[in-house]
Design a protein around this ligand. Structure first.
Ligand code: AMP
Length: 423
């Protein structure tokens, strides 16, 4: 199948060819004709599946020549993080250059001054790519009017809700005209997302792309049993000794840990930087650029980096701390092995996280062999602990610490929130 057979204009077909895309990905093949036909879409696709072009290309084709109305906007894209706004805005701007008309594509996200974004909106825009909070700020400043929106895209919808945007989303939705085309993409489908989708979409075409077997195979998963207190030395050891670890994204649980671990790596001569939600936009862009350019080798990040970020040629993702939910695991490891490259996802599994990792394996339907690296391993589980784990998913044979209990409760809550809803 080729892009030309999907109904895209010759200009956009040329644009995708210029990007080096030879054939549409499954989500692109399925979604592009439906969106071009004006239908609503509920898309379930894994991260890295080519979602951005799946909605971006037909959207660019459907947006009409610039309308130039004051404060008006034709197409609105909502995304959960500043990085995704910049990334998706960049992809759209690049494709838009191929069009015979000059479309105005604006980006809006928090963490930077609102004034330049307000200035950029003078005379309206054709496509607005925004995080919900900053979009509402712009509306409150009278810089934007959503009554002319004809197309709405919600990308990473589950994440939008995860990050507590539900109220903001409702406010935005209430400002949109009822007659519009809505496109809704989510890699996972918890109940809250389902509710939102039902209220939002009009007779949607449901497009669900199972993870491609070759995609999953493209990510090799490893799990290393490690003494909890030896995780940073183990990370250092792997970075220094394993072939192919030229660039690594390391996920930790807290902002503090991003800084602590990256400082420790620096102290041992490894070029590392921290990425978390409390950094300024400038600093976040800078560290991402430094990783992309090879200026740093390791980015130690919270889950703010787990979704959607496209770092080309990222060979390794490390779960220094396991993610809270199995869905986040999928998102995290999806940062590697993208667009046909082979990737490696390594999870550190201290004894206290064994039950949680088993839950992740169960959800993935895949068992990952536990390895040990000499000098870093935790003492092996006793037979009693092993038995208890296999019977009821919890560690017996030793008293559970408060931390164990909290971790288990969080895992259970995450599991329940998604239960029955994820496909
Ligand atoms: P996305 O899921 O939109 O973040 O895309 C993941 C990666 O796949 C990006 O690096 C895209 O540039 C790339 N990509 C998207 N569509 C295609 C395609 N049809 N052929 C090759 N690469 C693609």
């Amino acid at each position: 199948m080729s892009f030309a057979t999907l109904g895209l204009s010759p200009a956009l077909v040329r644009a995708v060819r210029d990007q080096g895309y030879h054939a549409p990905t499954p989500i692109q093949a399925a979604a592009i004709p439906v969106i071009l036909a004006g239908q609503d879409v509920l898309g379930l696709a894994q991260t890295g599946s080519g979602k951005t072009a799946a909605y971006g290309l037909p959207l660019l084709q459907r947006v009409r020549a610039p309308q130039g109305g004051t404060r008006s906007v034709q197409a609105l894209l909502l995304l959960p993080t500043r990085e995704l706004v910049a990334q998706v805005g960049g992809v759209l701007s690049e494709f838009a250059q191929a069009l015979p008309v000059r479309l105005k594509i604006a980006q809006a996200f928090g963490g930077v001054s609102i004034n330049p974004q307000m200035m950029a909106l003078r005379g309206g825009c054709d496509i607005m790519v925004a995080t919900p909070g900053r979009l509402l700020d712009l509306i409150d400043h009278n810089a934007l009017d959503l009554r002319s929106v004809e197309m709405l895209v919600l990308d990473e919808a589950d994440r939008l809700l995860d990050l507590g945007f539900a109220e903001e989303l409702q406010r935005i939705l209430a400002l949109l005209p009822a007659r519009r085309q809505s496109l809704f993409f989510s890699a996972t489908f918890p109940k809250a997302v389902q509710g939102l989708a039902e209220g939002l979409l009009h007779e949607p075409q449901r497009i669900e792309i199972a993870p491609e077997p070759q995609r999953s195979a493209a990510i090799v998963q490893r799990a290393i049993r490690v003494d909890e207190s030896r995780r940073t030395p183990l990370l250092r050891h792997l970075l220094q000794t394993e072939a192919g670890w030229s660039r690594a994204l390391v996920f930790v649980a807290t902002r503090y840990a991003t800084e602590h671990v990256s400082d420790k790596l620096w102290a041992h001569g490894l070029k590392a930087a921290a990425l978390h939600g409390e950094l300024s936009q400038g600093a976040r862009s800078q560290v991402l650029a430094a990783l992309r350019s090879g200026e740093i080798q390791v980015l130690v990040a919270t889950d703010v980096a787990a979704r959607g970020l496209d770092i080309a040629e990222l060979p390794v993702v490390v779960n220094y701390d396991l993610p809270r939910s199995p869905a986040d695991y999928t998102h995290r490891i999806g940062r590697t092995g993208r667009a046909g490259e082979t990737g490696l996802a390594v999870s550190f599994v201290p004894a206290s996280a064994e039950a949680h990792f088993r839950l992740i394996e169960k959800r993935q339907g895949q068992r990952v062999v536990r390895e040990e690296v000499a000098g870093f391993a935790a003492s092996p589980l006793s037979e009693t602990q092993e038995l208890a784990l296999s019977q009821n998913g919890g560690i017996k044979g030793r008293r559970k610490s408060k931390k164990d209990k909290l971790r288990e409760a969080a895992a259970l809550a995450a599991e329940q929130a998604e239960s029955g809803a994820q496909r």
